[in-house]
Design a protein around this ligand. Structure first.
Ligand code: 5CA
Ligand code: ZN
Length: 482
């Protein structure tokens, strides 16, 4: 596909995105509370397909689903000092019930540590209860002060996935983080999303965490979007919420905890990364309609063409492919436009000549190529093409990501990257907070962290921190972020 095709997508990304969310039927942004949007049926169907995969992964890895209340008493919220500090500015308060002021005020959960952990302290009794692994997909509320954007930064995160685990040792919690990364990798492949993982700097870790790891994708405008995080809490929350277990020798020990969080930002990433000037391009794995069949009848051939289209659809449906026949009484060009906007990965066009010659025309959404195939091989051809589309989406996005990561040695070079095509800058760093913050300021960018796993984070021998000139210990990544 030519560059011109994706011009608006890349050069006017923000506008493109906001408009597409509405015209493609993902969300309606006109709800009268800022940062809280309405899921429309088509958008919700796509999100549900993402969630199905997440549920299956949780099942596969032995996490059990729970559902906690959305309200948390102030007294519970206030138990872990770092956590309160991090969230107090973002919390919605409930101060009254009916006409009565509440004795103990309530908060709307911004995430569920403080809702869950007093219950964990009742549930977890002995080493036999560990590892303890639960998750939920719920709505959470954050009074975000940065610019809100549908799916990306909202004040009601309506599909917040959070996994919470407890372990008998630091090592076992570390194993959990590895498992989370593996789950994330499978999910990212399922969404055809290439990504990078970084260990957050001390000053940007999750409030209450011992360390945090974040996964980022590259948006069309060269800014990054964090779409998943994993945190090792060590025993910080266990001590605040008194979550202890009895060891095999009868001692009492605090558990080690981790969390893993994601949200509808996953869908934002899919829309942004794979889209083009014509609209969305959905990976076949999550497309509510994988194949749309558009009959193109000529005078006198209507009945035959429609019957042929339905027949093809039936055969594909039986083979487990999600297919729709567009029988609306409008011009085919208009139908193409609609389904391209909605990102349907494959279109099949059938006209009288296809009926006669027992053929069909497949039009790929990703490359806009058309090929004519034999009707008898339709299931095989469609499957093969859907797989090829998925693979192409992944490869194309991977090239884009890799083409937007640049290693530099000096602040000047880094600045040039952000002035030019942006992306991610990798630069030597001594590891001192002062130097890290200085670079954030100079570059007007955020430090994503150092590459994770940390074996990949060491600076090559002889590299110097561009701020203080001392020996660099790490490679640090900087980007403009969403
Ligand atoms: N308790 C931890 C792990 S569950 C937690 O809340 N981590 S978090 O704050 O990093 O959020 C997890 C993920 O939710 C983020 O990686 C991001 O993808 C998504 N997220 C966070 N804030 C928002 C928001 N305002 N709108 C949409 N998605 C968000
Ligand atoms: Zn330094």
């Amino acid at each position: 596909m030519g560059k011109a095709e994706r011009k608006r997508w890349s050069e006017d990304f923000s506008e493109w995105y906001n408009e597409l969310i509405e015209v493609a039927g993902i969300q309606d942004k006109r709800y009268p509370v800022k940062g809280m949007n309405i899921w429309l049926p088509y958008g919700l169907k796509i999100m549900r397909n993402i969630e199905k995969f997440i549920h299956a992964e949780m099942e596969r890895t032995g996490h059990e689903e729970v559902l906690f209340p959305a309200l948390i008493p102030e007294t519970e919220f206030q138990k872990e000092a770092e956590h309160i500090k991090g969230f107090e500015g973002e919390v919605y308060w409930i101060t009254h019930a009916g006409l009565d002021p509440l004795d103990v005020r309530l908060i709307l959960r911004p995430t569920s540590e403080t809702a869950m952990y007093s219950m964990f302290s009742l549930w977890i009794r002995s080493h036999a209860d560990l590892p303890f692994k639960v998750y939920q997909i719920v709505n959470v509320y954050r009074y975000e002060t940065k610019h809100t954007r549908p799916l990306i930064r909202v004040r009601e995160i309506s599909r917040f996935f959070e996994a919470h685990t407890a372990h008998d040792s630091y090592e076992d919690a570390e194993r959990q983080i590895k498992e989370d990364l593996e789950i994330f990798d499978r999910l990212a492949k399922f969404l055809a999303l290439p990504y990078i993982v970084s260990k957050r700097p001390e000053w940007d870790k999750f409030p209450g965490a011992y360390y945090s790891v974040g996964a980022e994708v590259m948006m069309p405008d060269g800014r990054t979007l964090q779409i998943g995080t994993m945190h090792n809490y060590r025993q910080n929350f266990a001590k605040a919420y008194n979550i202890q277990y009895e060891t095999e020798t009868g001692d009492h020990e605090y558990v080690h905890q981790t969390t893993f969080g994601m949200s509808e930002r996953l869908l934002a990433a899919v829309i942004a990364v794979h889209g083009d000037d014509r609209g969305m391009v959905l990976p076949p794995t999550i497309a509510p309609i994988q194949v749309v069949i558009v009959p193109i009848p000529k005078k006198d051939s209507e009945a035959d063409v429609f019957a042929y289209a339905r027949e093809l659809a039936e055969e594909l449906r039986t083979a487990g492919i999600r297919v729709h026949v567009d029988e609306r009484d409008i011009r085919p060009g208009r139908k193409y436009y609609d389904w391209e906007l909605k990102g349907v990965p494959l279109r099949i066009e059938v006209g009288p000549r296809d009926v006669e010659g027992k053929k069909a025309v497949l039009a790929r959404r990703d490359t806009l190529e058309k090929i004519t195939v034999e009707r008898d091989n339709i299931v095989g051809e469609v499957r093969k093409t859907l797989d090829a589309i998925h693979e192409n989406l992944y490869q194309r996005a991977k090239e884009f990501l890799e083409g937007h990561i640049k290693r530099v040695d000096t602040i000047e070079e880094a600045k040039a990257v952000f002035e030019d095509r942006r992306g991610i800058v990798e630069i030597p760093w001594c590891g001192e907070e002062e130097c890290g913050l200085k670079m954030e300021e100079e570059l007007d960018a955020k430090m994503l962290g150092i590459p994770y796993p940390e074996e990949d984070a060491k600076a090559p021998e002889g590299k110097k921190c561009p701020v203080c000139g001392r020996e660099a210990r790490f490679i640090a990544r900087f980007a403009r972020t969403y």
